[in-house]
Write a protein that binds this ligand. Structure first.
Ligand SMILES: *Cc1c(COP(=O)(O)O)cnc(C)c1O
Length: 401
């Protein structure tokens, strides 16, 4: 196969299913917040792997763990035991709340696991329950269950019939949550900050209210922290900012330090409803991904990345908020820690392109929300440089608007 960007794209066009909107960029190397394309051009990555590379590309400690484990044993099926999975489960439980973990390979898969856990738990109630309340503009993944839980019709179109049993309410509307509760309700599933939905931060009162409704009606509260977890917001998990604990916590993306892993943590009293044979994942939590996730935890701890996420997040949001005063296309700056959304009054696509032309990679979601999720290991100089470019592009675009 020939070696230019055009050749690679031509091969994709012929041989890879066309399910993604792709940027014409072939990435072949990464280090921290920097990535290089096939022609050797360097980019500053402010949206590393949709959060998967949230600790930077090829972090040396994580690479060391992967190299070590890949030379010993890559896979252990889940009918046997491996020390790394045990250690990882203990670590995540110690960081989140007392409970037990189930491991899979992606975000959508742990959403599926949570749906099954909630249904199984609901079956054990008297009378049995099965409905799950979900939020408008949520995003939980693309498998049929996760898709059915996702409150965005655009992703569901053409795939019906969906899985029944989901009731969708506006995100942040506590009265709507209360009205949605029926004798069949078993759980409430939400992202404490909607990522794909436009970096929308749930008000603490809403989260507190949801918890109260759940206590009152004996429902499970399930947080999808696949994007917000693992230090992104300045605490290990976004729920720790408000102190309102969920019963079930879902993690993926940054968790693996770059490799595919998802985890569901459920409180001890609930975890027991999934008994042997009721759920499984062939690859889930294998030694390779488990050591990588353990190394990721160590990176976050030893490099004090929670503090950095808080500090750098504040720096970035303050700068963008100041920019808003002289940049009329910015409608709002939102976020927490290093999860930042800039809602525009114009379409964001051309701004993403303009940043890429200046070798800075960002994302746009919901058409008008520029989103950045810089690696928690980003340097201050890199962050400032990225914001310089973003600022120039925003001002330039405003001057044409
Ligand atoms: C990315 C994401 C998912 C889906 O994860 P996949 O690994 O793509 O299946 C689910 N929920 C949230 C909040 C996400 O950001």
């Amino acid at each position: 196969m020939a070696g230019t960007t055009r050749d690679v794209i031509a091969h994709y066009d012929r041989y890879v299913m066309n399910t993604y909107v792709r940027t014409p960029l072939v990435l072949t190397k990464g280090k921290g917040s920097r990535v290089w394309d096939l022609e050797g051009r360097e980019y500053l990555d402010l949206f590393p792997g949709w959060g998967v590379s949230g600790l930077g590309h090829c972090h040396p400690w994580i690479m060391k763990a992967l190299r070590g484990q890949s030379g010993r044993l890559v896979h252990v099926p889940n009918n046997y035991y491996h020390p790394a999975q045990a250690k990882l489960a203990k670590k995540l439980v110690s960081l989140a709340f007392d409970g037990k973990a189930f491991f899979a390979n992606s975000g959508a898969e742990v959403v599926e696991a949570a749906i099954k856990l909630a249904r199984r738990w609901g079956q054990a109630q008297t009378p049995p329950t099965h409905e799950i309340i979900v939020m408008e503009r949520s995003f939980h993944g693309r498998t049929m269950g996760a898709l059915s839980a996702t409150g965005q019709p655009k992703y569901q179109e053409g795939f019906g019939p969906l899985l029944p049993g989901f009731v969708c309410v506006p995100f942040g509307d506590l009265d709507a949550v209360k009205r949605a509760v029926t004798p069949q309700t078993c759980a409430i599933l939400l992202e404490p900050i909607q990522g794909e939905g436009g970096v929308r931060v749930a008000a603490p009162e809403f989260l507190r209210g949801v918890r109260q409704v759940a206590e009152q009606h004996r429902l499970l509260v399930m947080y999808d922290e696949i994007q917000t977890g693992m230090g992104r917001t300045g605490t290990w998990f976004a729920f720790q900012q408000t102190g309102i604990e969920p019963d079930v916590l879902l993690l993926a993306k940054t968790l693996g330090g770059g490799v595919p892993i998802g985890a569901m943590i459920a409180k001890r009293a609930i975890a027991g409803v999934l008994t042997p044979g009721t759920h499984a994942s062939t690859f889930g939590g294998n030694p390779l991904v488990a050591v990588s996730a353990l190394a990721a935890c160590e990176v976050i701890e030893r490099q004090k990345l929670l503090d950095r996420a808080t500090q750098f997040g504040r720096v970035a949001r303050e700068r963008l908020a100041a920019l808003q005063a002289r940049c009329p296309i910015i409608a709002e700056v939102r976020g927490m820690g290093l999860m930042i959304g800039i809602e525009l009054r114009v379409n964001g696509g051309p701004l993403v392109e303009a940043c890429r032309a200046q070798r800075v990679l960002i994302n746009c979601t919901q058409e008008r929300v520029l989103r950045i999720l810089p690696a928690l290991t980003i340097t201050r100089a890199q962050l400032d440089r990225g914001l310089d470019v973003l600022e120039r592009v925003l001002l330039e675009s405003a001057s044409h608007a």
